[in-house]
Write a protein that binds this ligand. Structure first.
Ligand code: SAM
Length: 279
């Protein structure tokens, strides 16, 4: 690959399965003279494996300002730089935003590469019918602040996407159920692209017991997705119309959408109900 004018390439790396590195990412990591990495010890072996002779620059949470200045200098000297984080897409609950902003502010070119991201990977397998989602990332680690953050999201109609660490997953799921109520759907996406990958969907009321039923279910890396807040209350009319539409042969998603529009009942709840009726 020949690099054109000097640029900062934002390069996503695999979440676990090395085969998920895109061909373009591989080409960029081989062609650039510099790779700015969240953890050089982590990214060094990847570069070695690719046969890349790029030199590493540390660019982590605690030196991002300084790293940004060094990267801008490299670009101004005519060298391209690739930016990587430990896993997934830089700048998504990972360092990167400051570096990108500094390069842009200095008039530099930023080239984003599409690639692995835990949030979109989990969403693609969630099966939730929500048309929109809100990416939240990590909730506060302290219980009181976490519940306060969740209260602010309680009525939000979009599916909510959270990142969580294994040692906090039980308490976070308990808070999700306490604040959002037990009926909303939770999707637990664990160890994506790895050996013990699990994507499990269940009502929030059952989630704590499910996680506790097997200690392995609390291990690894987690994306938690909660279906959006119901838009309206169904007095039975929503389900009646839904059944009519399904009997008429409409697909599940369309039937739920129409039944919600006609009756004002919650589209999400109708979608889940339609899935249950179909199975
Ligand atoms: N930049 C990354 C991305 O694009 O997804 C996210 C980095 S953030 C520091 C790490 C968090 O992402 C983990 O705590 C977990 O919530 C989520 N994550 C990363 N890899 C994952 C995987 N293989 N399975 C499930 N969640 C994962």
């Amino acid at each position: 690959m020949t690099l054109e004018s000097p640029a900062l390439y934002v390069v996503p790396t695999p979440l676990g399965n090395l085969a998920d590195l895109t061909r373009r990412a591989e080409e960029v990591l081989r062609a650039v003279p510099w790779v700015a990495a969240e953890d050089t010890r982590h990214s060094g072996p990847l570069l070695k494996q690719l046969g890349s002779s790029a030199r590493l620059l540390p660019a982590h949470q605690h030196n991002e300002h300084e790293a940004a200045a060094r990267i801008v200098e490299r670009l101004q000297a005519g060298d391209s730089v690739a930016l990587v984080s430990d896993a997934g897409t830089p700048g998504i609950s990972d360092p990167g935003a400051r570096v990108v902003a500094a390069v842009r502010a200095a008039g530099g070119r930023v080239v984003p590469l599409p690639g692995p991201c835990a949030a979109t990977t989990a969403l693609s397998a969630s099966g939730l019918g929500d048309e929109h989602f809100l990416f939240y990332g990590f909730l506060p680690s302290k219980g009181g602040q976490r519940r306060q953050a969740l209260e602010a999201l309680r009525e939000h109609p979009y599916a909510l996407v959270f990142y969580e660490a294994p040692h906090r997953v039980l308490e976070t799921v308990a808070d999700l159920a306490a604040v959002f109520g037990g009926e909303r759907t939770l999707v637990v996406a664990r160890e994506l692209t790895k050996l013990f990958e699990t994507v499990h969907s269940l009502p929030l009321a059952e989630a704590g017991a499910w996680l506790q039923a097997d200690a392995n279910r609390q291990r690894g890396e987690f994306v938690l997705i909660v279906s959006g807040a119901p838009e309206g209350v169904d007095d039975g009319e929503g389900e009646r119309v839904l059944k009519l539409l399904l009997d008429d042969g409409l697909p599940v998603k369309q039937a739920a959408k129409l039944a919600a529009a006609i009756t004002g009942a919650a589209k999400n709840a109708l979608y889940q109900r339609a899935l249950a009726l179909k199975s």
